[in-house]
Write a protein that binds this ligand. Sequence first.
Ligand SMILES: Nc1ncnc2c1ncn2[C@@H]1O[C@H](COP(=O)(O)OP(=O)(O)OP(=O)(O)O)[C@@H](O)[C@H]1O
Length: 249
Amino acid sequence: MEYAISCEGLTKDFGNRRAVDNVTISIPKGSIYGFLGPNGSGKSTTIRMLCGLMTPTSGSGQVLGFDIVKDSESIKQRIGYMSQKFSLYEDLTVKENLDFYAGIYGLSPKEAAVRIQELIELADLAGREKQLSGTLSGGWKQRLALCCALLHKPELLILDEPTAGVDPVSRRVFWDIIHGMARQGITVLVSTHYMDEAATCDQIGFIFFGRLLAVGTPQELMQGLGKDNLDDVFIHFVREEEAKGRERG
Ligand SMILES: Nc1ncnc2c1ncn2[C@@H]1O[C@H](COP(=O)(O)OP(=O)(O)OP(=O)(O)O)[C@@H](O)[C@H]1O
């Protein structure tokens, strides 16, 4: 099997605090991997290391065949990354934001014009091209940020809680786009707190206190614990770890 992301023993310490502890992940090309865990469990830190934005304390990883430490620049050019705080220029219009990012990704004016039109249609942004992005609602901002991350046709999309605080209709539209991307062969790594979103992923990884506690398809994880929903699976893992923590004192 070909993997878009594979890492082994990924670990990150901040001073004497271990934020990510020995995480091993393999994500097949063209699949959607949902990364779940409570606040502060190490999702963003893991994602930053995989994007080549942060150097691991130990462990190794390959993203699209590139080493996450030695080839981090090649990784950054090839992935689409969207962080919790979308980096849009609020005083630029929708179209100006897309033009600006197309320039950053090195698209020629001709390529940019075609790609921007495609993405405007994909995200249903037609008619809003001249609107200042600062005046868009959260859901529209999120779609525009996704378009910016897709301008250079990345093979891998890494999304760090892209739907936090976004209304249900916008979340649904956003996920329809994500599933469409995966059908085209794009790999997606997405962190989320929403179990309905996680349930539609091909694989889920639960992370807690920096450690990856379980990985599997939503069905496997539910069946393994005899639960009929992912909320209960998630709560089970958190309670189990808390109990172990109490035993350790
Ligand atoms: N640059 C940093 N310096 C020091 N500590 C950090 C840094 N970045 C993250 N941490 C700590 O590492 C731990 C993991 O944080 P991280 O942001 O990876 O978690 P998360 O699962 O993404 O949380 P959330 O869902 O709230 O975004 C937390 O205790 C956090 O305070």
